[in-house]
Structure formats: C-alpha cells, structure tokens
Design a protein around this ligand. Structure first.
Ligand code: PEP
Ligand code: MN
Length: 364
C-alpha cells in the first residue's frame, strides 16, 4: 500500500474547533433521561463537538449489562436534534452499522476488541463502502501497531477518508497506575507512519479511574494529539459500565479549562530555537551511532579472539562489574539508572548475538 494517505482534516467533519476537539458522553446509553441530561450539560462546554454513547457493549462476561440496543439510537437522535451535537456510537457488527446509518448517527467508532480482529474489520469496512461517514479506530488491546495501522488501512482502502485514531492504552499484566498502559511511543509511531491522521486520546480507558484523567489529557496535548474522548455521566457512581472512570460534565469542563495548550510551530522565534536544538540532537545521534559502531567492531575482534582461544562468550562476572560501574557513571550525570540499564542490556544482547554468529561460522 502506498505510504501517502489523503485523510480529511478533522474540522471538515467535526466542525471548526481549537485543539483539543472533545468527544464526550457516557460509556453506555442507559436511559432517555440519562443521555439527555448529560447532553444538555455537554452542549454548554465549547470544546465538546460530539457526544459519544455505547449502544451495544462488548462485555467480558455474558451476564453483564450489554447495552440498550436500537432503542438507544432513538434517544441519541433526540440529543442530536435538541443540542446540535454530533453523535458517535461504537459499531462491532455489520448490523450495528446498518442501524447507526438508519438513525442518522454522525460518527462511528471501532472498539479496541474489534480492532484486534482483521476479519471483523474487513467485514465492517466492506459494509461502509460508498458511505461518507467518519470512522474512529481505537487501538487494539495488545500493543501491536501493525494491527492498528492495518485496521485504519482497511477502512481507508474502502474509501473512508474521514478517518481518525483513538489511543486508549494497551492491556497490561502488571499492576500499575493505569488500567491500560499508554505506551505513548506507539501512537507517536502511528503519527509518523500516517501523516495527517487525526489522533484522539481516550484518557478514561487509559486511567480506569477519575484521578489521572487531567494529567493524561495534558500529556496527550503535549504530544500534539488533536482531540480527547472522555467519558462523562450524570451520576458516575451509579453508571452501569465503567463507573470508576466516568466524571461529571462539570468536572470535564474544569479539566478542559485547566489544560495548558502549548504552541505548536507558530512563532518564528520558537521555530528557530527549536530548529537549533534539533540540529544539535541530530549531530549527537550521529555521534552515538558512530560510537556504537566502534564498540561493535571491538566486540567483533573479541568474538574472534574468544573463538580462537576457546573462551566462553558470556562472562557473568565481567558483565556484573560492567553494569555496576556504568550505572555509577550514569548516576553522576544525573541520568535515570533504569533507562541506562535498558540500553546496556540491549547493547549486551547485540554483542552476544555477534559473538555467537562468529562462533557458529567456525563450526559450520
Ligand atoms: C468504550 O469506549 O466504552 C469502550 C468499550 O472502549 P474500548 O473499546 O476502548 O475498551
Ligand atoms: Mn467505557
């Protein structure tokens, strides 16, 4: 597939907005009163351009609340007419798409569980052929950029150019502060591979609680993401799904006011300073690569020496000493020791690979 994508800018389908464009609403539509109450409050927040609500909820256990279904689309139609907000719903099956289109929904989103399944994505993309509806694709549960990119490409290939990604974090096995690990490097790599693709961050599903939402939203903006998808509920504690992470619309308004919107590339003075710093980084990166290449050359010589003298490749005592002395040096320079440890481990792994290759060549 070609590397150039012609993707419609966000303001062409979400309306004129400043960064961040916000999509907000309950995890699940629960009743007509609930969605209308939330919608009326959201309509007063200038950054909120669209309301979200889950109509069909993919749940882990079949006994849990699974969404209100078609009835909910009728309520969302009322919201759309009364408030003028655009409406976004999640679709996971062709039948969902048919109903969402029948009720005039404005935006569709693909949930994390669906993105992980290329069969489903292909099927949904085919149903959408010839339509002009915007599609948001959430990242898959596992940190696999290719699956995310592949899903976006499947929609793009069937002619969907009002396309955006939603970064909702990745499943993590270990206990941490987040319900889903943000792994920011993955959406950053997506931005690089699909230039022009709008990206929303979904701090609600990343955090899984109410307390870290502001911090994660700020981080998303600092990384130049275009929008935020944040779950709001008129009675978060009583929400039927994801109650720990939903916030009141008034809390959302406060979080949005408190965000610092840093300049992007606007002022010439800012660009000059940044250009200069980037240039320095470019030079240092080149030096780093040259130094690493020199180190690997010595590893090569060592590999040959060890092979010719029948010495084992890994000498654990030497490795232990090396790590502790390098970490001490890192400490003196005020560097994060975990970071340096990671780098040393990578370099060491490559050294062992090179030496093993040398040894195997002899035995061939
Ligand atoms: C949701 O947005 O409510 C949802 C189910 O999200 P995800 O697919 O990211 O888990
Ligand atoms: Mn949810």
């Amino acid at each position: 597939m070609s590397e150039t994508y012609v993707i419609q800018p966000l303001n062409s389908w979400l309306g004129d907005h400043e960064r961040p464009a916000v999509i907000s609403g309950p995890c699940s539509a629960e009743s007509r009163e609930q969605v209308l109450d939330i919608a009326r409050q959201l309509a007063l927040i200038p950054q909120v351009k669209a309301m979200r609500a889950g109509i069909w909820k993919p749940r882990t256990r079949p006994s849990a609340f699974e969404g209100v279904g078609e009835e909910g689309l009728k309520w969302m139609q009322v919201v759309q007419q009364e408030t003028g907000l655009k409406i976004a719903v999640e679709v996971a099956k062709p039948a969902h798409i048919e109903l969402a289109l029948k009720y005039g929904m404005d935006i569709l989103w693909i949930g994390a569980r669906t993105t992980g399944n290329p069969f489903s994505i292909q099927e949904l993309a085919e149903v959408l052929t010839g339509t002009d509806i915007p599609v948001l694709v959430k990242n898959p549960l596992n940190p696999d950029l290719k699956l995310w990119l592949g899903a976006l490409e499947r929609f793009y290939q069937t002619g969907i150019i009002k396309l955006a990604a939603v970064h909702r974090g990745f499943h993590c096995f270990d206990e941490g502060p987040y319900r889903n690990n943000p792994r920011w490097e993955i959406p950053i790599e997506l931005m690089r591979l699909m230039p022009g693709l709008p990206i929303f961050c979904d701090p609600s599903h990343i955090c899984g609680n109410r307390y870290l939402i502001a911090e994660v939203s700020q981080k998303a903006l600092d990384l130049e993401m275009d929008g935020l998808m944040i779950e709001t509920h008129n009675n978060p504690d009583k929400a039927l799904t994801d109650s720990n992470q939903q916030i009141l619309p008034e809390t959302l308004a406060k979080i949005l006011i408190d965000l610092t919107i840093r300049i992007e590339k606007s002022s010439p003075e800012f660009s000059n300073i940044l250009e200069e710093l980037r240039l320095k980084i470019d030079i240092i990166d080149t030096q780093l690569i040259e130094i690493l290449a020199k180190r690997m050359k010595i590893v090569h010589e060592m590999g040959e020496y060890k092979r010719d003298h029948n010495i084992t490749i890994l000498q654990i005592e030497r490795w232990r000493e090396l790590i502790s002395s390098r970490l001490e040096t890192a400490g003196k320079h005020g560097m994060n020791r975990d970071f340096l440890l990671h780098i040393l481990q990578l370099v060491h792994k490559e050294s062992i690979r090179i030496q093993t290759e040398i040894l195997n060549k002899k035995e061939e």
